[in-house]
Design a protein around this ligand. Structure first.
Ligand SMILES: Nc1ncnc2c1ncn2[C@@H]1O[C@H](COP(=O)(O)OP(=O)(O)OP(=O)(O)O)[C@@H](O)[C@H]1O
Length: 629
């Protein structure tokens, strides 16, 4: 056997294209070649179990080795091997057609990044790092002859008799000058761990030194000795491949540590995914304790395909809000070798999305039902995640309605339904709307909260960044319900019980009051109104309109309303026309005194809102001293 030939490919100059554009991701050659070795091994095992291979299966450990001097990396398996005919068919035709397809796809793609790293180039990726690739292989079939194939990266190849004496294949890469970084133990170890940590067939990469008990010394203390052992890269049976019934909590926690050796926190709970219809999907998703800065906790889910690590960019496969979870998803049905736009439209991906969402919602509902107390304790850690989910996914929201919790200023916890029930009568306004009052900063809004509670109302705490969006969400979903921040207006206006009280000022007096206060305040962003409030209300109150403020809050947390974000704050100054003090101010002796008193009443309003600072605070104190004196 001695054959030279040309590989028939339609696209010329494939190599330069691939080398150039895949350069940034060229480490995947090892993933591809090791997965091929795993596949060849699995095929052999299957044939053996079907009785079609009668020989000994024996030890099937795959070896990865490198030789710094010879500049080679070798991947050796004891799988099915290939006959010369198979090499021609599978390597010359199939492997190379994959590469041709890659180049075709690459031409169509608008953005090179769309394809880089997503296209499984298979065997062909070897040429990203090697200028010559050699195969030594012996098929498992009886009477098969060893075969050697060699190709120098041009379109011509050579097949001769090989030297392999046992079943399986060696893939020998003659590393090119640009890729010598791969001829390094640390580097190879790192890549093997990244992609192969959970492969189903043992992968050996040389040996490693470990210590072993070695009897006792003369004082009876245990002794240890250094021994060289096989350096096995992978755990061939990671937790997600086992049945949930086989696993205890410790096993799930141990697997979490295996996935994230540097994580300090333990997960709160987990979900074991196990689907075989209408698509194949297994995995374990963990709920982490969410930190304030949850962005850094994103992108922790690792995607595997038949135990081969693919990526930790699961953006299109996992719903956005679930990206906060950690763990592993393994699915052979997720198409990895296509562009992102295709992935988004892929119906399998959509189904997977929906399924994971449902599973997560069901798990939370189950936890809530089984142990409400425990769930309430975990709530601060998962609230953000649940709210995020409700905002972004209707189906999830339907289920989450049952277990989404809210807390009031007295630290009492309610479900949304329970809360609606609690306030539905007391906080009903004259138009038949139920008004929920909330605070986003209980310390700063204490004065308003006290007024609300003195009026017999309840105040919710909505103080996380997502709450500005969640407030709008509750309003949208709950019928005839409005949410108002407790400082958005005077309490009688927030929950208007009856038609306006009669104003005890004449029209003329009202006009004078507006003029007086506007002059005393002299700020463009403060609009003065005279209202008929009860005498027990403050003479002057400063509030910021609920709508405007909400839009600004949302703009701040990335709601895309940048128009509102750039608007200045506009305040409403409410002068309580029924407060005796206003009448007194209006009847002040001269304009000077009236101005002073109006300014004083206004500053008090600012003070209670935490808005009086700097120079104005100093002036206020001085004026107060004068007035007392
Ligand atoms: N180590 C090996 N032992 C036996 N056959 C192999 C080996 N490596 C490759 N092959 C054969 O060559 C074919 C082409 O390999 P290649 O990696 O290009 O594509 P693939 O594995 O079919 O698909 P993918 O693009 O997902 O890797 C394989 O399908 C297999 O039949």
């Amino acid at each position: 056997m001695n054959e030279k030939g040309n590989i028939s490919i339609h696209t010329e100059n494939i190599f330069p294209v691939i080398k150039k554009f895949l350069y940034s991701d060229n480490e995947i050659f090892l993933r591809e070649l090791v997965s091929n070795a795993v596949d060849a091994t699995q095929k052999l095992k299957r044939l053996a179990s079907l009785g079609q291979y009668k020989g000994e299966v024996g030890d099937v450990t795959i070896d990865v080795a490198f030789d710094e001097k010879a500049k080679t990396i070798t991947i050796s398996d004891q799988g099915i091997g290939m006959t010369a005919e198979e090499v021609k068919k599978y390597i010359n035709q199939i492997a190379f057609s994959g590469a041709t397809e890659f180049v075709e796809k690459f031409k169509e793609a608008k953005d090179a990044n769309e394809i880089i790293g997503r296209f499984g180039l298979g065997f062909y990726s070897a040429f990203m790092v090697a200028d010559k690739v050699e195969i030594q292989t012996l098929s498992y079939q009886e009477g098969a002859e060893p075969t050697r194939w060699v190709c120098d990266g041009s379109t011509s190849y050579e097949i001769t008799e090989g030297n392999r004496t046992t079943r399986g294949s060696d893939i020998i890469l003659h590393i090119n000058a640009d890729s010598e970084e791969f001829l390094d133990k640390g580097k190879l170890q790192e890549i093997l761990e990244k992609y192969g940590k959970f492969l189903p067939v043992p992968i050996r990469f040389g040996t490693r030194t470990t210590s072993e008990p070695d009897g006792e010394d003369k004082d009876g203390k245990p002794q240890y000795k250094s021994v060289e052992v096989d350096n096995i890269i992978n755990n061939t049976q990671p937790a997600w491949t086992k049945a949930p019934s086989e696993l205890k909590d410790e096993d799930y926690l141990a697997f979490y540590r295996e996935l994230y050796p540097y994580s300090l926190d333990e997960p709160l709970f987990w979900i074991h995914l196990n689907v075989d219809y209408p698509f194949n999907l297994t995995g374990i998703l963990y709920f982490p304790k969410l930190k304030e800065n949850f962005e850094i906790q994103k992108n922790k889910i690792k995607l595997y395909s038949r135990q081969v690590f693919i990526t930790d960019e699961v953006k299109d496969i996992v719903p956005e809000f679930l990206m906060l979870l950690h763990g592993v998803i393994d699915s052979p049905d997720i198409p990895l070798n296509v562009s992102r736009s295709f992935l988004q439209a892929d119906s399998n991906v959509k189904k997977i999305n929906a399924h994971i969402t449902k599973k997560v919602a069901d798990k939370l509902a189950e936890l809530f039902k089984a142990d409400r107390k425990g769930f309430e304790e975990k709530w601060p850690d998962i609230a953000l995640f649940v709210k995020y989910g409700m905002l972004s996914d209707d189906k999830f929201a339907d289920k989450a309605n049952e277990f989404c919790l809210v807390k009031n200023t007295d630290n009492e916890i309610y479900t949304l339904k329970e809360y609606a029930e609690k306030v539905k009568d007391i906080q009903l306004d004259k138009d038949g709307n139920v008004v929920y009052l909330y605070t986003n900063n209980a310390a700063q809004q204490d004065g308003y909260i006290t007024t609300a509670k003195d009026s017999g109302y309840d105040v919710l705490v909505m103080d996380s960044p997502i709450d500005s969006h969640f407030v709008a969400y509750i309003e949208q979903k709950a019928e005839k319900t409005q949410l108002k921040r407790v400082d958005a207006d005077v309490i009688d206006k927030l929950i208007q019980k009856e038609d306006a009280k009669t104003l005890q000022l004449t029209e003329e007096e009202s006009k004078n009051a507006v003029e007086l206060f506007e002059k005393a305040i002299s700020r463009d962003n403060m609009k003065v109104h005279v209202e008929a409030l009860s005498e027990s209300e403050l003479p002057v109150t400063v509030t910021i309109d609920e709508f405007m403020r909400r839009m600004k809050d949302m703009a701040q947390t990335g709601g895309g309303m940048s128009f509102y974000g750039s608007m200045p704050d506009n305040y409403k100054v409410t002068v309580n026309g029924n407060h005796p003090l206003i009448k007194r101010i209006l009847s002040g002796e001269d304009d000077e005194e009236r101005q002073q008193l109006a300014k004083q009443a206004f500053d008090l309003a600012l003070l209670s809102r935490g808005l009086l600072t700097g120079n104005e605070l100093t002036n206020f104190v001085k004026r107060s001293v004068n007035l007392i004196g």
